[in-house]
Design a protein around this ligand. Structure first.
Ligand code: SF4
Ligand code: SF4
Length: 402
């Protein structure tokens, strides 16, 4: 039995089919209560796969999983349908289910391996740093992981996929064989999001400087961490790629890595440490370094949208503590480990469902009657940004720092 089968059997065999996970899974209402698009349905579908079924549609049910782990929080048998989805995506990517691989996912993997960025945008992702000064030693680096920067391009990619429909099957293999298609992708971005994301990164830079942290930035040499590869099931490619990223950090003399978004933080502390034996760096989240800042109080009610990859995947609560110190914090119905996903992870491939999920979460945040909605993840920010009350935590802190 191969590793995927072993892990899938282990993860699914404890399921008692109680359905508790269905009640909290954001994708099941977003896909009009189709059981295969919810947590329990995914477990049952994985069991079908283990029993030898290879003809059902496995791609949509598992690719539409948000990887939010809400299901795991409520499962009495400690089954994680998010992990089952990760394993099934791996089975699809590694060809164990014929013809169900997503061509766009394959193209992104090829581009990451070739250009160290999902869209080949190695220059564009450094534009936020123009005019800023960095330490000359790479001992401590600010590692953006390209996440804030890619938001503006990801938004357009989703729109492009929607407008070309099934044509993507022909276009994407062509694009990946063309050499670097960044000359196409670099032209399509949301200007407003690009400006806002770059300003958010600059805030992070200034906050760290104000707190006295010395750090450098790898600029055009900074590699994307490979997060999408692992999210889309390309585990073998990810392992190889993560080793090249680790080797580069070693070559540069890096010891400490300061991350700025939950997804990069999660992938480094959970996946790199699992798959790369010499990944021996100190990894932190930028807010961990800001305790010495003198912050004034905000006379406004604030609510906080907790990103799944911080509170569930890594158990990191520092952003929430910062807000508590500076303002009157009112939490939404789903908070802490029971937070509700923003819908962002499936925006490119399932935009309608993603929209329904983020709308629902936005409504819930509004119901707190808070004047400001704060989040600490660029994906959550872009998906929840429905009015001017939504802010990235770096925007709040930069206003309050004395
Ligand atoms: S995965 Fe857990 S919560 Fe979901 S049906 Fe199975 S036992 Fe119940
Ligand atoms: S990880 Fe999230 S989206 Fe995926 S099955 Fe669990 S609750 Fe549903």
């Amino acid at each position: 039995m191969n590793e995927i089968f072993k892990d899938l059997t282990l993860e699914t065999s404890q399921c008692i089919n109680c359905g508790f996970c269905e009640a909290v899974c954001p994708t099941i209402p977003a896909f009009d209560y189709r059981t295969s698009m919810g947590a329990r349905g995914r477990i049952n579908l994985a069991k079908e796969f283990l029993n030898g079924n290879r003809v059902l549609n496995f791609r949509d049910p598992f690719e539409s999983c948000l990887d939010c782990y809400a299901c795991f929080q409520v499962c009495p048998a400690h089954v994680n349908s998010g992990v089952v989805s990760e394993l099934m995506k791996q089975a699809i990517a590694e060809g164990q289910v014929q013809d169900q691989e997503h061509q766009v996912a394959r193209m992104i993997t090829v581009l990451i391996k070739k250009y160290r960025d999902p869209l080949g945008l190695t220059k564009e992702v450094t534009e936020w740093s123009k005019g800023l000064e960095f330490d000359s030693s790479y001992q401590t680096i600010l590692y953006t992981g390209h996440m804030y920067q890619l938001m503006a391009y990801n938004k357009k990619l989703g729109e492009m996929l929607k407008s070309i429909g099934e044509l993507y099957r022909f276009i994407t293999p062509l694009l990946s064989s063309l050499g670097n298609p960044s000359f196409i992708f670099s032209k399509f971005y949301d200007k407003k999001i690009k400006e806002r994301s770059e300003a958010q990164l600059k805030n992070i830079y200034y906050l760290l400087r104000k707190a006295g942290v010395k750090f450098s930035y790898l600029g055009e040499e900074e590699p994307y961490p490979g997060t999408l590869m692992i999210d889309m099931g390309y585990v073998s490619d990810f392992k190889e790629y993560a080793q090249t990223v680790t080797d580069l950090f070693h070559k540069k003399g890096v010891k400490n890595i300061i991350t700025v978004d939950p997804h990069t933080y999660d992938v480094l502390i959970n996946k790199y440490k699992k798959y790369v034996s010499d990944f021996d760096f100190n990894v932190s989240f930028y807010l961990d370094h800001l305790n010495s800042l003198n912050l004034s109080k905000l006379d406004k009610r604030v609510t906080y949208h907790e990103p799944c990859h911080l509170v569930r995947h890594t158990d990191h609560n520092v952003p929430r503590d910062f807000i508590k110190k500076t303002a009157e914090l009112t939490l939404p119905l789903h908070n802490g480990k029971n937070t509700y996903c923003c819908g962002g992870p499936i925006e490119a491939f399932y935009p309608k469902a993603s929209e329904k999920i983020s709308e629902r979460r936005f409504r819930e945040l509004k119901q707190t009657n808070a004047e400001i909605i704060v989040t600490s993840c660029p994906i959550c920010f872009v998906n929840l940004y429905r009015d001017e009350s939504v802010m990235d935590i770096s925007e709040l802190l930069i206003k309050l720092v004395k």
